[in-house]
Write a protein that binds this ligand. Structure first.
Ligand SMILES: Cc1cc2nc3c(=O)[nH]c(=O)nc-3n(C[C@H](O)[C@H](O)[C@H](O)COP(=O)(O)OP(=O)(O)OC[C@H]3O[C@@H](n4cnc5c(N)ncnc54)[C@H](O)[C@@H]3O)c2cc1C
Length: 383
């Protein structure tokens, strides 16, 4: 059995950000931590790949780069009613493909000397007096601290954090080559965000994002159902029907495989730590308004790292203040605010009033555009 101080389960953005933040705090820790990853990079991850400027700010702070192809979205078209709200969005949104993005982050982490073991699924975790036994097919690690960065279906969460209420959002997605009739859509570099299916019980929106897959223009089209107002009795919106209606309304006859994956959302009163164990990223929870999870996952890293620093230096592995640490940072403020926004926004009976708030929304989005330009100098590499 190999002894390690810190064992991170999962090498998506949250696991990588936690490791990078740890190494930034104490470079020597690279020799005392291991990341165990079920898959092998570049691995498939269902995702719209929409990145806001905050993600780039966080990457810079973590000394990480992901020089991968991206598409800079030039316009956003929002549907709060049948009359779309369209505005320029320079620097506010770019799209990447997660297989490339996460692989680039993982390679950057390895360059810092961090040990990342791929094709190493964690099979179970057992708490013993001397630490947590983390079992994989090949060997068992004895860790002082385990970080659950293993996504929305987290094994670490299921093992140590029995759940009272569901905090799970549902998402489906298709990836369509932007050829022939759809090529113009890609060329417009416009992201469509359509909230109108709230009328049909969706607590979310439908998106169309232009993106590049292996260099070829594509449209990433999906449906996000936050379930932030989840009442187990309330009927769930039928996501494939909503997607089909969206495609028909746009005049697209598309037949490709539909893929689905959950997201988990953060509730300020839930439990995110216990002695020797912390959750980050989707394993903990992201924001349920727009489902922007990549930047949230990155933002968990430095918070988890500073909690680990305190634990290792003080010998107190209780992590009793971890949730408070999250809530006191910008991440916690966004998680809390966006949960409240989502609860109002997705109330079906309020939907007819949403267009009245379009000026406020417009001002908010313009503010984000300006902040994006300031932080980012105008967004990612344009294609
Ligand atoms: C359809 C869809 C569209 C989305 N679109 C966007 C978007 O446009 N913009 C945005 O910001 N967010 C989006 N998100 C959310 C975003 O994808 C997640 O919030 C983000 O990936 C969370 O990162 P993470 O590191 O916490 O988890 P993940 O990225 O899920 O990484 C978890 C890692 O853990 C590994 N793992 C799992 N189990 C084990 C195990 N037992 N042992 C070892 N390793 C394990 C997995 O292989 C994986 O590499 C979308 C999500 C979905 C489902």
């Amino acid at each position: 059995m190999e002894k390690v101080d810190i064992c991170i389960v999962g090498s998506g953005p949250s696991g990588i950000a936690t490791a990078a933040a740890l190494v930034k705090l104490r470079p020597s820790w690279r020799d005392h931590l291991v990341i165990l990853e079920r898959a092998e990079h570049p691995r498939h991850k269902l995702c719209g790949g929409g990145l806001t400027p905050w993600a780039d700010v966080l990457l810079r702070e973590l000394d990480l780069t992901a020089p991968v192809p991206d598409v800079s979205v030039g316009k956003v078209q929002l549907y709060l009613s049948d009359r779309p709200l369209e505005f320029d969005s320079p620097g506010m949104l770019r799209t990447i493909r997660r297989n490339e993005f996460d692989a680039a982050l993982a390679a950057g982490l390895r360059q810092k000397g961090v040990r990342l073991l791929e094709n190493t699924p964690v099979q179970n975790l057992i708490e013993e007096r001397d630490g947590i036994h983390v079992k994989t097919a090949a060997e068992t690690f004895l860790a002082k601290i385990v970080v659950g960065a293993d996504g929305a279906k987290s094994l670490v969460r299921r093992t140590f954090f029995p759940e009272a209420s569901s905090r799970v959002s549902r998402l489906i997605e298709i990836l369509v080559p932007a050829a022939n009739g759809l090529a113009r859509e890609f060329e417009r570099r416009t992201a469509v965000i359509d909230f109108r299916p709230i009328r049909n019980g969706l607590q979310g929106y439908v998106w169309d994002f232009p993106c590049l897959c292996s260099g070829a223009p594509h449209l990433n089209i999906g449906v996000f159902d936050s379930r932030v107002l989840a009442d187990e009795q309330a009927p769930r919106a039928h996501l494939p029907d909503i997607l089909q209606r969206h495609l028909e309304a746009r005049g697209w006859d598309i037949s490709v495989d539909l893929m689905g994956h959950p997201e988990r959302w953060f509730h300020p009163q839930d439990v995110y730590s216990r002695p020797r164990v912390l959750l980050v990223g989707d394993a903990a929870g992201v924001e349920p308004w727009l489902g922007e999870g990549i930047s949230m996952a990155l933002a968990y890293g430095p918070i988890a790292a500073s909690a680990i620093l305190t634990a290792l230096e003080g010998g107190d592995f209780s992590f009793h203040d971890y949730r408070q640490r999250i809530l006191s940072q910008q991440l916690g403020k966004i998680l809390r605010r966006n949960r409240l926004v989502a609860r109002l926004f997705y109330m079906r009976k309020l939907f007819p009033m949403l267009p009245l708030f379009s000026d406020i929304l417009h001002a908010y989005l313009n503010h984000r555009v300006k902040r994006g330009i300031r932080h980012n100098g105008g967004g990612g590499r344009k294609q």
